[in-house]
Design a protein around this ligand. Structure first.
Ligand SMILES: [Zn+2]
Length: 337
């Protein structure tokens, strides 16, 4: 996890950042917050920014924690005794975990200043754990603050929600994810395509850095590069790589999504909508391919891919249907339909 300042956080989640900055400026903080939103939207980073700002001994302009004081450094090292972090042990957050935290909170802290507890995946509290937590929410200690994180807002107990201020985190802008991938030294083409696959910031970075996923990424233009060439075979090439495609659900989903994006790009090419093409280094190759086939054929093939994607959502991995898809693509391009 990276430790954000408000400027950076503001770029990812402008609404939430502004609300938090205002609360600090006006000294109007709630005792309990729920940070709610899809995975990979910087909720945990925001919780730590909140904790740092609360405990920082010399907050700077823009409400930023100084990052150099004793408290800031201890929080970054994960050793500040006033910051508690609770995450599910196994499937659920256990009631014992909540009780242990409450017992800690009832003791005098070794450090001065407010105490903050961060509950990750708060929806994983079953009734018993949630009810134990509820008591502390109802009677918060003077200087005790809760930040509960969830990507399943609707699964939270209503009694918990009603005692907290809810902050809604939005999916992160594609352009920002792309910029971050570029900053990490990821190739521009991969950096443009991955945000089309996921707007989960953490997943995007993980996928971009995975050699296996990079290999699948390279396979897509390679496969299409064989289209329309009687000397090469998309079908045979796919058979060579199919084991890596069907390793697990995520790899299959990733491969299929990339395939769909490339096919969509072909359609954009055919319709001269070049500004919408994500796989931009391949425009020349795509233009040639798109000229071999009709718009209708491109759309039909795209339909077949989207149908596979729907089935994949229901956990149906039909590897035979993938083989058939490549047979269909090869025939289409080779016979210039
Ligand atoms: Zn500080």
């Amino acid at each position: 996890m990276s430790f954000l300042q408000f400027e950076e956080f503001n770029a990812y989640q402008p609404l939430v950042a502004q609300m938090l900055i205002n609360s600090f400026q006006k000294n109007r903080l709630a005792h309990a917050y729920i940070f709610e939103g899809p995975r990979g939207t910087k909720k945990l980073d925001a919780a730590f920014l909140f904790a740092k700002r609360m405990l920082c001994l010399a907050p700077g302009p823009g409400q930023n924690p100084c990052c150099v004081c004793r408290n800031c450094r201890k929080i970054e090292a994960g050793t500040h005794p006033n910051v508690f972090r609770i995450a599910a042990e196994g499937e659920n957050i256990k009631v014992e975990q909540i009780r242990a935290m409450i017992a800690e909170l009832s003791k005098t802290s070794v450090e001065n200043g407010p105490r903050i507890y961060i509950v990750e995946e708060a929806d994983r509290m079953r009734a018993e754990a949630a009810n134990a937590l509820l008591k502390t929410l109802e009677e918060p200690g003077n200087d005790v603050y809760a930040v509960m994180l969830t990507d399943k807002y609707n699964s939270l107990l209503k009694t918990i929600v009603s005692r907290a201020q809810v902050m809604h985190f939005q999916p992160i802008d594609k352009a920002l994810i792309k910029a971050d991938l570029l900053k990490q030294g990821i190739e521009p083409c991969i950096a443009s395509v991955i945000p089309e696959y996921t707007n989960n910031h953490e997943d995007a970075i993980r996928i971009a850095q995975s050699p296996e996923m990079a290999a699948l990424f390279m396979a897509i233009p390679e496969l299409y590069g064989m289209a329309g060439n009687p000397e090469a075979s998309m079908v045979l090439r796919f058979r060579e790589i199919r084991d890596s495609v069907f390793v697990d659900w995520e790899m299959t989903d990733y491969f299929l999504t990339l395939l769909i994006l490339y096919q969509k790009d072909l359609l954009h090419c055919k319709l001269a909508r070049t500004a919408e093409i994500v796989w931009s280094p391949d425009i020349e190759k795509m233009t040639k391919l798109a000229s071999l086939v009709s718009q209708k054929w491109i759309e039909d093939a795209l339909e077949k891919m989207l149908a596979l994607k729907t089935r994949l959502k229901f956990n149906i991995i039909d590897s035979l249907a993938f083989d058939n898809l490549f047979i269909h693509l090869e025939r289409g391009f080779n016979h210039a339909i």
